[in-house]
Design a protein. Structure first.
Length: 132
């Protein structure tokens, strides 16, 4: 069940983030654009990046807040591969961003949980910086 939720999260993120690119594609004979009525049910019951992921707190398996989901990175192969977590700090001071493989997350009681992510472990991770 947890893997299904994460897979739906990834698919929905790709659709939401790549929406403009899909809308601009020219249809090729024998293919369709958009989603079918059946697919709409899957989309409607999936996770919303805007409403349920972005800006949400991330907890470890001891229910300690580790950080906040600041971004999702779509890898060149168009799969959401990483979440950028703003970790540590208070009111943005001393915060550092870390990249986390999305498959490391679990949803526990409706919360985004990152098992094993204790504050000292997260603080020791390399700081994520966007490419220029």
């Amino acid at each position: 069940m947890k893997r299904k939720v994460i897979a739906m999260m990834i698919c929905l993120a790709v659709v939401l983030m790549m929406g403009n690119a899909f809308a601009q594609q020219v249809p090729v004979a024998g293919t369709s654009i958009g989603v079918s009525t059946d697919e709409l049910v899957t989309v409607a019951t999936g996770w919303s990046v805007n409403k349920q992921i972005m800006g949400k707190d991330v907890y470890n398996d001891k229910d300690e807040k580790i950080g906040v989901v600041d971004d999702l990175i779509i890898a060149p192969d168009k799969a959401v591969s990483y979440a950028i977590i703003g970790a540590g700090g208070f009111l943005g001071m001393g915060k550092h961003d870390v990249a986390v493989r999305v498959n490391q997350f679990k949803i526990v009681d409706g919360k985004i949980t990152w098992p094993g992510a204790f504050k000292d472990v997260v603080k020791a991770l390399p700081v994520f910086q966007y490419a220029k």
